[in-house]
Design a protein around this ligand. Structure first.
Ligand SMILES: [Zn+2]
Length: 305
């Protein structure tokens, strides 16, 4: 007898048809995007830790590795000329970072973008008495979150804004434009947060990288939307049931619900992720898809094989 994965299924697990279509389109628009033909900008920010504790010994490389994983899975790697990377490896002072972000802000005023991608992976930004938040990228260097937010707000007009945040308390930091009316327009706003406010971001215990971003990158990389396809398992298992179900049910184009299954189940099967608050939240055009409604996928492995 092979093992089956028992999961309860409730009717609200699957959004109705209209929403389902938007959901699937929105989740994958960054990955269907062709950076060679569309004017876009990617801003990738990788975090820093002194690496003194065991949990964070490889933090800087893990963040960088996960940024790279998402870039490759999303095809944005094909248009690297339009991707700005700020991480410990660039070794920039806070002043230089500020200049760089101001330059971006000026540039997008002169040349409107079709799409903007923001990927930020690291420790959660520190609260400052001024109300600003500082994201650490070096011993003494920081990205001011207000500067990033100003860029995003400048892009109110932009048809596609896609943000991915992997950090503790990720959902606390809204990195979409503040006063954005999406309404019935064709604008798409996507915001992945690795966890809810108060939640924790984890390191992958088996591969170099942060757990959520690796699961997201690998889930996408398995689909036929990815230029650089891979069949790696986030848990580094050769006969992983989660990967098997995903592959069998997705036929190369996984729905959001399947991708969610792939990400959540891999994260949950790793020791440490115990609470819903530590699971990712996806926001699409103002609507949030929380882990609280996640009910898994009812599947009998025997029937699939
Ligand atoms: Zn797997």
């Amino acid at each position: 007898m092979r093992e089956s994965i028992p999961v309860q299924v409730s009717p609200e697990a699957e959004p109705n048809d209209g929403r389902k279509e938007l959901l699937n389109r929105a989740v994958y628009c960054a990955f269907d995007f062709d950076p060679r033909t569309h004017k876009f900008l990617g801003l990738c920010i990788g975090g820093y830790d002194k690496g003194e504790s065991q949990e964070y010994a490889t933090f800087n490389n893990d963040c960088r590795h996960s940024l790279k994983g998402i870039l490759l899975a999303s095809n944005l790697g094909l248009g690297l000329d339009n991707v700005v990377i700020i991480s410990p490896r660039e070794n920039l002072t806070s002043e230089k970072i500020k200049e760089k972000l101001l330059f971006i802000k000026d540039r997008i005023r002169e040349e409107p973008l079709i799409a903007f991608f923001l990927i930020i992976i690291g420790h959660q930004p520190m609260d400052m008495p001024t109300g600003n938040h500082l994201f650490r990228v070096g011993d003494n260097s920081y990205v001011e979150m207000n500067d990033v937010k100003e860029i995003v707000n400048e892009l109110n007009y932009c048809p596609l804004i896609y943000t991915i945040k992997d950090m503790c308390s990720a959902a606390r930091f809204n990195l979409l434009p503040d006063s954005d009316s999406v309404g019935n327009s064709d604008k798409i706003r996507v915001q992945w947060s690795s966890c809810q406010e108060g939640g924790k971001s984890y390191r992958s215990p088996v591969i170099d990288g942060r757990l959520f971003s690796q699961c997201l990158a690998m889930g996408i990389a398995r689909s036929d939307r990815c230029f650089a396809r891979s069949d790696q398992c986030p848990n580094n298992e050769t006969n992983c049931n989660i990967c098997y179900v995903y592959q069998r049910l997705s036929s190369g184009k996984p729905s959001y619900r399947l991708l969610q299954y792939f990400i959540y189940e891999h994260m949950l099967s790793i020791t440490g992720v115990e609470n819903n608050v530590d699971l990712p939240v996806l926001e699409i055009n103002g609507e949030n898809f929380f882990p609280d409604n996640y009910t898994g996928i009812n599947v009998d492995l025997d029937c699939l094989r």
